[in-house]
Design a protein around this ligand. Structure first.
Ligand code: CMC
Length: 447
């Protein structure tokens, strides 16, 4: 790579038809031609820096607010083809994993790159199961929240507080220390989430039980009371486990980008997961599942669906059809397809949620409407998930918490990959400064 004169590039282009993985760029300011290598369908932004008008010039940068076309890392974890509607974890199609695996098997796959054999799985389940308890002092931290605290706010703060309970987690360069913190985080997220729910209900916390598997244990901590026994319906346990699989990772989304950004400063994983969960909290991200339910309730009846669609279209981006659209998928979100199918199975147990009919009608009209068709807006993972959470008896405010629990394994897999990446450095984007040049200070009495 390097600068070559224009004539030389033209000669070689004419003289040889051999394909070169390179991009030729002509800087019209100077007439110079540069050849930038193309590797894995990308050019390196740093290769632009050599493009200068003179020795004083800083060099060209790429400008990409919101990372619309910038790969910030290489990864071997999750593959998405947004046009085809394909999602794979470590090469396995999401629908196969959803059909054949448990969430913990998938969490292992994400973290270690391979599906576990029997012995590995037994050890893994043991390691997770025996880290589900939380410190009693952490419980007191949770007690201090107001009765109406949002469960996501509680989850984010409590996970951040966990970094003070496990100070060895700061040693992010030791792989065995990292593995231990991963066990703790994956194990304790459901406990913290369930305690947040119980706190909001003014009910006593239900401690985890080592006899129960991951999702059954979570439902039990949510819905058991000291007054009576509780045994969740196995079909609902399985539905929750599948939802956990579908939400476990989704490559470089907003929350995962936050995880990698914070992790790149070598911050401990509890603080980094808290930051990633904070990003997930937003209504354009994981918070959308909560917003979908509010939207369906606002619409209220099938008859009002066309008027609502019209409001969205007239709103020109101000009012959105929540649970629709995706930065990457310009086709059906494959997770939404699985969740839609699963909703029918869940409703066989719980009874049909009347909001489903409103959702189906919204989907039907939107998929035919030019506004949505032109913009390639399809239902995403959040469109139907809230309906299932509601059928499971989970309050709307806790929906995003149910996203954060399984996404923890994805965040940790991405964090692990980041720390093992030889190209890893602290994330530090550039900016294009458009503010004033140097100004003369004016004392307050003269302003
Ligand atoms: N309803 C109506 N119009 C929409 C929607 C929507 N849900 N989503 C995008 N648009 C329009 C948008 O107004 C814009 O129109 P125009 O070209 O006329 O300006 C066009 O489609 C492109 O939108 P964008 O904002 O540039 O797209 P983006 O890739 O930046 O945003 C998104 C992706 C998911 C934030 C967005 O589609 C959205 O806000 N959806 C609703 C919230 C939602 O369901 N979020 C969950 C995402 S999936 C779970 C997760 O990964 O967190």
């Amino acid at each position: 790579m390097g600068t070559v004169e224009a004539t030389k590039t033209e000669e070689s282009a004419a003289g040889s038809s051999a394909r070169r993985d390179a991009l030729s760029v002509t800087d019209q300011r100077t007439g110079r031609v540069y050849e930038l290598p193309i590797v894995n369908g990308t050019v390196r932004a740093m290769d632009l820096r050599q493009i200068k008008t003179g020795p004083e010039d800083f060099g060209l940068m790429s400008y990409d607010p919101a990372f619309l076309n910038t790969a910030a890392c290489t990864s071997r974890i999750t593959y998405i083809d947004g046009d085809q509607g394909i999602l794979r974890y470590r090469g396995y199609p999401i629908d196969v994993l959803a059909e054949k695996c448990t969430y913990l098997e998938v969490a292992y796959l994400l973290l270690y790159g391979e599906l576990p054999n029997k012995a590995q799985y037994a050890q893994w389940v043991h390691d997770i199961t025996y880290h589900t308890m939380i410190h009693e002092s952490l419980k007191k931290v949770m007690d201090a929240f107001n009765y109406d605290a949002h469960p996501m706010g509680m989850l984010i703060s409590t996970v951040a507080a966990m970094s003070t309970f496990y100070p060895e987690g700061h040693n992010v360069h030791d792989a065995s220390v990292r593995a231990k913190q991963a066990h703790r985080l994956i194990a304790k997220m459901p406990t913290v989430a369930a305690f947040a729910y119980k706190h909001s209900m003014g009910m006593p916390y239900v401690y985890p039980s080592n006899e129960l598997d991951y999702s059954e244990n979570f439902l039990t901590m949510l819905f058991k009371t000291p007054a009576e026994n509780y045994k969740p319906n196995p079909a609902l346990v399985r539905a929750l486990d599948v939802l956990f699989i579908l939400h476990a990772d989704h490559e470089q989304n907003c929350g995962t980008n936050a995880m990698r950004g914070i992790g790149s400063a070598h911050t401990d994983p509890y603080s980094a997961v808290a930051g990633a969960a904070a990003a997930l909290y937003g209504p354009l991200h994981g918070g959308a599942n909560e917003e979908v339910l509010r939207m369906l309730l606002e619409i209220g009846s099938i008859a009002r669906v066309p008027a609502f669609i019209e409001e969205v279209k007239q709103g020109k981006g101000e009012k959105r059809l929540m649970g629709f659209g995706h930065r990457v998928y310009k086709n059906f979100d494959p997770r939404a397809k699985i969740i839609k199918r699963m909703a029918t199975e869940v409703f066989e147990v719980t009874g049909r949620n009347p909001l489903l009919d409103i959702a189906l009608e919204l989907e039907r009209i939107a998929l035919q409407d030019d506004y949505f068709v032109k913009r390639k807006l399809y239902p995403n993972v959040d469109f139907y998930s809230g309906l299932i959470y509601e059928a499971l008896g989970i309050p709307t405010a806790a929906f995003t918490v149910l996203f954060a629990i399984p996404r923890t394994s994805g965040w940790l897999a991405q964090w692990e990959e980041l720390l093992e990446d030889p190209e890893e450095k602290i994330a530090r984007p550039r900016q294009v400064y458009l503010g004033p040049g140097e100004r003369v200070f004016v004392p307050m009495e003269r302003r």
